[in-house]
Design a protein around this ligand. Structure first.
Ligand SMILES: O=C(O)CCC(=O)C(=O)O
Length: 212
């Protein structure tokens, strides 16, 4: 989706949710809707994910050695969608009714997705290092929608070239939309923390072109 269309749709959404915040990440931007899910819905959805999904903690190769990723994850998607990520080939679990409802709601807002990479940060010892969601299968201009459940965590951004840095706190029930240009010009991370933090789940909706 191009930047112009993203901004039109994001503006329409921000109009419906007056607490929305737009963060410029030039030449793209991110839009945070803090109250997209009610606290009750966020809690129920988190329990649903913990109870019903198949969670995995695969190892990835770093500097010649295998390390388990510092979090658990689950991959949900339409039949036939495949996602290669850090050398791992992901085959999707089928949609559950509550996750499909969330996807339908995003679709009504103009954002179409065919999969979710779901992350479970069990405590502050779990995190995700600097990276961009720019795998070939995500296409040229990948919009990502992230719904946060549970413990608020900080999502940091750093510009690839230059000194720009931004941080957003992602509360439970929030929706964060990032435009395609963000993945080309910025990296993001969820840093580990020494503070005693409760569990958090992030639902990161993506559109994967498995034939690319
Ligand atoms: O947990 C988050 O909010 C960020 C997740 C993320 O960066 C990813 O799944 O690529």
């Amino acid at each position: 989706m191009d930047e112009k269309r993203f901004r039109q749709l994001a503006e329409r959404l921000a109009h419906q949710y007056p607490d929305s915040v737009t963060l410029p990440l030039p030449p793209g931007c991110a839009v945070l809707v803090p109250d997209w899910l009610t606290p009750g819905k966020a809690e129920t959805l988190m329990a649903h994910c913990l109870d019903t999904l198949e969670w995995d903690q695969p190892s990835v190769r770093l500097f010649g050695r295998q390390y388990p990723i510092p979090r658990r994850h689950a991959f949900i998607g339409d039949a036939g969608v495949r996602y290669r990520w850090s050398g791992l080939e992901q085959h999707p679990q089928p949609w559950t009714a509550p996750l499909k409802d969330v996807r339908d709601r995003l679709f009504e807002a103009g954002f179409a997705f065919n999969s979710i990479l779901i992350n479970h940060y069990r405590s502050g010892a779990d995190g995700m290092g600097w990276h961009a969601d720019n795998e070939r299968e995500l296409g040229d201009s990948p919009v990502v929608a992230t719904i946060s459940l549970g413990q608020p965590r900080r999502l940091s951004f750093r510009v690839r070239q230059g000194a720009g840095r931004e941080v957003l706190e992602l509360p439970s029930g929030s929706l964060l939309l990032t435009s395609g240009a963000v993945q080309h010009h910025w990296q993001h991370q969820v840093a580990k923390s020494r503070r005693p933090l409760a569990g958090r789940i992030s639902l990161t909706f993506r559109y994967i072109h498995s034939n690319l």
